[in-house]
Every structure is written in C-alpha cells, then in structure tokens.
Write a protein that binds this ligand. Structure first.
Ligand SMILES: Nc1nc2c(ncn2[C@@H]2O[C@H](COP(=O)(O)OP(=O)(O)OP(=O)(O)O)[C@@H](O)[C@H]2O)c(=O)[nH]1
Length: 155
C-alpha cells in the first residue's frame, strides 16, 4: 500500500458519510468534472484538471461530496498523476466496500506545457479502475462513455 494511505483510510480529516443502500442501487453513480489541482512531485509545478469518479455501490452509498473530497484530499499531496488516480481508487474501494470504482483524471501539467517540451495544449488522461469497472467489459464501457470527455463529445 502507498505510504500514508493506511493512515488516511483509518482517519480522514473529514467525516466519510455513507447511507444504507436500501433500494439496491447497484448501477453506476458518477461524479463528473470535479476540478482538482495538485503539485508535480518531480518539478514542483502544478498540474490541474478534472476528475470523474464512478462507483458501483455495495451495501452503502457514499455521500456525493465525499467523492470530491477524496479527490481533493489526495491531490493536496505532491503527486504523480498515475499514483493520484490509484490512491483515490484504493481509498474508495476500501472505505465503501463497493462493487466497483473508476477514476478518470484529465490534467494539464505545467511542467510539460510551459517548460521543457512546451507541448502547449496537451493534456494527460489516466484511468484507475477496480472491481466491476475494471473486470466487467460492459460496466467499464458504460463508465468510460459517460466519463471521458472525448467520448462524451462524440456521443
Ligand atoms: N449519494 C447521495 N449523496 C447525497 C445526495 N444529496 C446529498 N448527498 C450527500 O450527503 C452527504 C451528507 O454528508 P454530511 O457529512 O452530513 O454533510 P456535510 O457535513 O455538509 O458534508 P460536505 O457536503 O462534504 O461539506 C454529503 O456528502 C452530500 O453530498 C444524494 O442525492 N445522493
């Protein structure tokens, strides 16, 4: 497990409010376009963009703001984008004991667009999926179609 993640799992800075899944919501719940800013651990320059966080609930439903709070909490560290997505997915999977988690991050890295290679206008998309959103092709396709901006625009 990533250093510090175990500590956060047992003691987040905010209440991770959940509700009983009384009506059997075992379909996708998706928080889209959650803005985030983090700091590139290598260059100490910001990278920022949007997160799309999908959950297929199990016995509990997450308070919706807690999905965005999870993104904010992990983005507050110095990060590598791939690890940020994986940490969010691991945290939600563990806390919610849900059937699936998917995290799509789209971000501009200033270390890549404003210095170095200066690839102005580029962004980076990373995907971290667990459970049904990783292993069930239909569930994964539905999640990505609703989450990924390029797919959404084409639809
Ligand atoms: N799943 C779900 N959650 C909802 C809905 N409406 C509101 N919520 C969430 O219910 C939760 C209530 O959590 P609390 O911790 O009591 O609320 P809070 O202290 O205002 O927390 P923050 O909104 O995170 O500041 C929040 O996460 C809301 O976003 C809904 O229709 N579905």
């Amino acid at each position: 497990m990533v250093a510090g993640l175990a500590e956060l799992l047992s003691c987040p800075a905010w209440e991770f409010t959940t509700f009983p899944n009384r009506e059997g919501q075992h379909e996708l719940v998706l928080a889209r376009d959650v803005p985030f800013t983090s700091l590139c651990a290598h260059h100490l320059l910001p990278f920022s963009g949007t997160a799309h966080v999908g959950v297929i609930p199990g016995q509990r439903i997450a308070g919706l703001s807690k999905l965005a709070r999870t993104v904010e909490t992990f983005a507050a560290r110095m990060q590598v984008q791939e690890e940020l997505g994986q940490q969010i997915a691991t945290f939600l999977e563990e806390r919610l004991e849900c059937r699936g988690v998917g995290v799509v991050l789209t971000a501009e890295h200033l270390c890549m667009t404003r210095r170095g290679v200066r690839a102005l206008g580029s962004d980076t998309v990373t995907i971290a999926c667990r459970g049904a959103l990783r292993d069930d092709p239909a569930a994964r396709a539905e999640f990505l179609q609703l989450a990924v901006p390029q797919v959404r625009r084409a639809a």
